[in-house]
Design a protein around this ligand. Sequence first.
Ligand code: FAD
Length: 329
Amino acid sequence: MSGVLVMMEQRNGAWNRMSFEALAAGQQLAEHLGTECSAVVVGRNSGSLSQELASKKLKKVYAIDHELLASYTADGYLAALEQFVKQEAPDYVLFPHTYRVRDFAPALATRFSQVLISDVITIRYGSGSTGSPMFVRQLLQGKLNADYRHTSQGPCFVSVQAGTFRSDAVQEGTASVETFTPQLLPDQIRSKPGEPFRESSQSVDLSSAPLIVSVGRGIGEQDSLSLVEELAQALGAELAASRPICDNGWLPMERQVGSSGQTVSPKLYVAVGISGAIQHLVGMKGSKAVLAINKDENAPIFEIADYGVVGDLFEIVPELTKAVLAAKG
Ligand code: FAD
């Protein structure tokens, strides 16, 4: 096949929305390489999903179909995709960076003596000795960006961070659909799927809130949350948080913003004591304006902040609340 292959993730016939972001990345990569992009769906009877892809600008859509792939297992996906990639020999295999992909894709890459270039936030093209694309991923909680180039023989495996590419950039077109039936035996599947994890029902809809005050680990302890709650109240804003605050049970999970929480795009996002890890940024970088309060002037949150205050939140937040209340009269 050569070219670019994008694995589209589905569960029970419903797409994982990140799949289309990976597809946009795949189409863009193929365009820069002067090659074509194809897509693959793994599962059982995923015909309607593959038909949906037939209206995209793709060389081909592949449906990897087998009864042992009806539920996700790392063993099943690994064996099926290994056979498929061996047969089709794409140059690049792109995945959305989902929990499932984290589970099986590193092992898949290893089967081809490769590594998975995971959680990529940008693809750069053009310059460079080999002219091959440069994949950028973040290290050390977003403090460093590292560049990766694929130089070895064999396919290059890449997963794409949520929110990096726009799903509405996927180009329309036509593609033919082909079914691939892998050789799988029940003995190969060593795990048995349990009850699927259910997300907590979201009674708070942060996605439509115009003003959000979000609190991070810098707050130190649960008792200090009132400080930030008062600011949110004064502004008439919703209260949100980074993951450690929700993991600690200090605020309910439904108030978490980020890759495993809600995606928000308020007019103003006030980030209090939040470092700006990529998993948090992907949930709030669509905000129209960001005000960050952090005592570390090198915190990554300042890179995307429109307004930054370097200092101790315990001094700044009460003053800010006072000023807001005074302005309201
Ligand atoms: P920290 O990174 O500890 O930052 C605390 C900040 O507070 C620091 O920058 C510090 O300088 C500042 N600070 C400390 N004291 C003060 C003070 N007195 N005044 C002012 N500033 C102060 N995270 C999310 O938020 N949402 C997600 O959805 C999410 N999903 C994830 C999914 C996965 C698979 C993984 C691996 C991680 C995920 N994370 C998520 C966690 C993420 O990687 C970070 O660990 C987390 O965002 C850090 O939260 P934080 O910024 O509150 O804490």
